[in-house]
Design a protein. Structure first.
Length: 144
């Protein structure tokens, strides 16, 4: 995207990562991250007391956005992921099929995946955690 902007082939670009060198970043919106899981998954039990360590024992499916989470408590979960899926529809299809669960921003959910649930992550201060959130680097405990 940055190269297309530099060449003049695009007037505007949208991304969820830091602005490339020579570009300005403008915050457009906030989108809370959360655990996306099939409605019959046991992760929903005792959600109020869960933390990162509780996700170490589940089948986790990584995606491109997971690499933006820098919290050291999340790194073992990411390292243990059996799959990394970059295509959102494929990722949600695998979650729907019961292969595992994943972390995504809330607005990523696609129509047609009505049997999937979203539980928002919370920072240690009780605020939603998401893209462009100042609390995002720490990601705090997993809480609703």
């Amino acid at each position: 995207m940055a190269e297309e902007l530099r060449k003049g082939c695009a007037d505007i670009g949208f991304d969820s990562i830091a602005a490339p060198a020579g570009f300005e970043r403008q915050h457009l919106f906030f989108d809370a991250f959360g655990v996306v899981y099939r409605s019959d998954h046991s992760i929903k039990q005792n959600w109020d007391t869960l933390n990162w360590a509780d996700l170490e024992d589940v089948d986790f499916i990584a995606n491109g956005l997971c690499h933006q989470i820098t919290d050291e408590r999340f790194q073992p979960i990411l390292a243990a992921a059996r799959l990394t899926v970059r295509n959102t529809a494929s990722l949600l299809g695998l979650v729907q099929a019961g292969v595992g669960l994943t972390l995504l921003p809330r607005l990523v959910a696609l129509p047609g995946f009505g049997d999937l649930n979203f539980l928002p992550l919370r920072s240690a201060f009780g605020a939603p955690v998401g893209v462009d959130d100042p609390a995002a680097p720490s990601f705090g405990p997993v809480r609703s």
